[in-house]
Design a protein around this ligand. Structure first.
Ligand code: ADP
Ligand code: MG
Ligand code: MG
Length: 513
């Protein structure tokens, strides 16, 4: 792997160099909104009772080294992935088979499916769907051939609330800024250059997807002004990430008025008119109303957000509406880990069903890591053997059908975890081989502290897809499909999970080698 060619990267900095780099990094981050609301462990409720403080987002001091071949591979497969997931989302019959295996053992999936069925029975009135996707990868090196060209393997595909598109653009700009002000010592200047640091377009590109959907919705039929709703969690520490996208939309080529609506306030602040148009009344201007064109979900993906029938009613209320959902329920379900496993099963006919173009299908196939079901099929029984033996389990991660980090079981913990679970519930999980990306050194600035050490990187590539489903199942027309920038997240090499918001990782930008 090429990182061995750079044994002195990143360089050691003396105290003066560290002070210079860090003071610029801290100031630039706040000046440009590379920020999060501080963690409660960092700033207490008593210190900041009104929630006025923002803190530097956890970032790497140096851009991590990333093989250009891998970066290109991940970028080049993005539009094929958009096509694949828009096709899956439009094929209710196919999704139904997968979901039906899960409903009795996974209540959350069961409830989502119920919402879909209710809306289907009264008729779906919005044929347009928007996907702001993110496909996540790690670098894989063939263990049998360390000289082989590295490739990327997919960790997962996100169809709901794909985050960090806002901060990612900023962290690229931060590293470029540090380069431009001579914060990186001369010894690195053959490695970190203007051209080795690609700027991520994610904030603008995701916003432009929302803008295109907003326009495609058409004119307001109610006579009311229109708006885009950012459906959010409350509280939300990662709010500035979302604000960057919001601002890029407000000021973009297709500007839209935007409002942040906490998931818990959907039923209070919106209603459906007789044509199921979604009407939003901002609580601060109760005399004004808006017709909602697009509901962009940055919430609603975790079971903990649904605390009773009212929350499910809220999800149903939005799904029934004429607003374009980003994502709709079928697209949300298409992002489940089970779908990823079914696609990745060797010799599976499914990829061809959705991607008749062989070249595209094989580019996607190349990004799959081995994933197995834990059911009673032949593959499932084999996987059960691997998962219940602590020696073999060491090479795997067990995933439930969840999003947002913190839900997986890793390596040696798998056999013990399965013992606590009734066997009938095992098929609610998938077993995935661990991708073992090469580690490298870097320094993470997190909660005011510098953490030096070995790190590993995860590259996410965003995709925007707008499609229109026809009256027959599976029928669809793709109206927009483009790659929408990227994200690099970096975590300590010893940490299994890597969520920046969940408290383990940092945002980074790639230095292509
Ligand atoms: P979530 O939807 O909760 O983000 P992920 O599948 O992305 O779930 O898993 C969370 C994290 O666990 C990833 O960001 C990655 O750091 C780690 N991880 C998941 N699958 C793998 C894998 N196959 N190999 C290595 N690390 C993995
Ligand atoms: Mg996810
Ligand atoms: Mg993830």
């Amino acid at each position: 792997m090429a990182t061995n060619m750079y044994p002195h990267y990143p360089p050691d900095l003396n105290q003066e160099q560290t002070n210079y780099l860090l003071s610029n990094l801290k100031d630039w981050s706040v000046t440009h909104g590379l920020t999060v609301r501080p963690a409660p462990s960092y700033v207490s409720q008593e210190t900041d009772p009104s929630g006025a403080l923002a803190a530097n987002a956890p970032v790497t001091l140096f851009p991590s080294l990333f093989p250009k071949v891998c970066f290109d591979q991940a970028e080049n497969v993005a539009t094929a992935y958009n096509e694949l997931y828009s096709a899956i989302s439009s094929d209710e019959a196919w999704l139904k088979e997968i979901v039906e295996e899960l409903v009795s053992i996974d209540d959350f999936i069961g409830q989502l499916w119920k919402v879909h069925q209710t809306v289907k029975s009264e008729g779906v009135i919005q044929p347009l769907s928007l996907g702001l996707f993110r496909s996540d990868y790690m670098v894989h090196i063939d263990p049998a051939d360390s000289k082989a060209t590295p490739t990327v393997k997919q960790v997962e595909f996100n169809t709901i609330a794909s985050s960090f598109g806002g901060l990612s653009s900023q962290v690229c700009a931060l590293h470029k800024h540090l380069l431009s002000i001579d914060a990186y010592p001369e010894s690195t200047l053959s490695i970190i250059t203007e051209t080795s640091l690609p700027q991520s377009s994610s904030a603008k590109a995701l916003a432009s997807g929302l803008g295109v959907a907003h326009k495609a919705y058409g004119e307001s039929s109610t006579g009311l002004p229109t708006c885009v709703i950012f459906l959010v969690q409350d509280p939300e520490r990662n709010v500035f990430d979302q604000r960057h996208v919001e601002e890029a939309l407000n000021n973009g080529p297709i500007p839209a008025k935007t409002f942040r609506l906490p998931f818990g306030r959907v039923l209070e602040d919106t209603k459906l008119d007789s044509n199921r148009k979604l009407i939003y009344t901002p609580p601060h201007t109760p005399n004004k109303q808006y017709e909602v064109t697009v509901v962009y979900f940055r919430a609603g993906y975790a079971p903990s957000e649904y605390n009773g029938p009212k929350d499910w009613e809220a999800r149903l209320h939005i799904e029934r509406s004429a607003a374009i959902k980003c994502p709709n329920i079928l697209t949300h379900l298409a992002g489940s880990k089970k779908v990823q496993q079914v696609l990745a099963t060797p010799h599976s006919p499914h990829l061809k069903r959705f991607l008749p173009d062989d070249a595209k299908a094989s580019r996607i196939q190349e990004t799959f890591a081995p994933i197995y079901p834990l059911d009673k099929t032949k593959a499932g029984l084999e996987a059960r053997k691997l998962a219940t033996n602590s020696e073999t389990a060491e090479h795997y991660v067990l995933k439930p059908q969840r999003e947002g980090g913190g839900n997986n079981v890793y390596r040696k913990d798998i056999p013990g975890f399965l013992q606590t679970l009734p066997e009938s519930h095992w098929p609610a999980h998938i077993l995935m081989e661990m991708i073992e990306p090469p580690s490298q050194s870097n320094v993470i600035f997190r909660n005011g502290e510098l953490q030096h050490g070995e790190v590993i990187c995860e590259l996410g590539v965003y995709g925007v897809c707008l499609w229109k489903t026809g009256s027959k199942d599976g029928e669809r027309e793709v109206l927009q499909n483009y790659q929408a920038g990227y994200l690099l997240r970096t975590k300590g090499a010893g940490s299994s999970e890597g969520g920046v918001a969940a408290g383990f990782g940092s945002v980074d930008s790639p230095c292509l080698i």
